[in-house]
Design a protein around this ligand. Structure first.
Ligand code: GDP
Ligand code: MG
Length: 177
């Protein structure tokens, strides 16, 4: 698992979903450009960002799609999910409501996406531990019950962001190989 710049063996489309302001765009900025912004404006126009990695000597282009402020329930169109082989379902560990909405997002994802899609549940903003409203154990239990991978991240501190993407991409890679 590393960086590459030669020919592309695979392109994997991965979608980011979850409520507004949970940190989806900053997680993507951290992964794609190693950047973070505390006053990120709502995403406009940019459909996806890419980063090419090497997994088991093959170059894999990860094409990560970010919602352009369409986070309201049922506002994300089926085109967004089309062809996705991975999904990152993000909530904010300091906002209970964003975790309570996860079953809806999962339902929507399962209605639109391929049935073999690899899904990871992500609890973001672990740098705000003193404001935590969602116990790790609750999310772990939910993920286990639904058969999802699970990690807590901080886009701000760059904690587990790389791991979250590599978990999804390596699992997809193993499925197609
Ligand atoms: P999105 O609507 O889900 O795309 O959320 P954004 O990525 O735009 O982030 C919403 C707000 O949360 C912004 O002010 C970000 O700077 C902030 N944010 C995102 N990730 C983190 C994080 O890991 N820690 C902290 N403290 N703030 C974050
Ligand atoms: Mg955004």
């Amino acid at each position: 698992y590393g960086d590459a710049s030669q020919k592309i063996d695979y392109v994997f489309k991965v979608v980011l979903i979850g409520d507004s302001a949970v940190g989806k765009s900053q997680i993507l900025a951290r992964f794609a450009r190693n950047e973070f912004s505390l006053d990120s404006k709502a995403t406009i126009g940019v459909e996806f960002q890419t980063r090419t990695l090497v997994i088991q000597h093959k170059s894999v282009k990860a094409q990560i799609w970010d919602t352009a402020g369409q986070e309201r329930y049922r506002a994300v169109t089926s085109a967004y999910y089309r062809g996705a082989v991975g999904a990152m379902l993000v909530y904010d560990i300091t906002k209970r409501q964003t975790f309570d909405h996860i079953p809806r997002w999962l339902e929507e994802l399962r209605a639109h996406a391929d049935r073999n899609i690899v899904i990871i549940l992500i609890g973001n903003k672990t740098d705000l531990e003193d404001q935590r409203a969602v116990p790790t154990e609750d999310a772990k239990e939910f993920a286990q019950k639904e058969g999802l991978f699970f990690l807590e991240t901080s886009a701000l501190e760059a904690t587990n962001v790389e791991d979250a993407f590599s978990t999804v991409l390596i699992e997809i890679f193993n499925i197609v190989n």
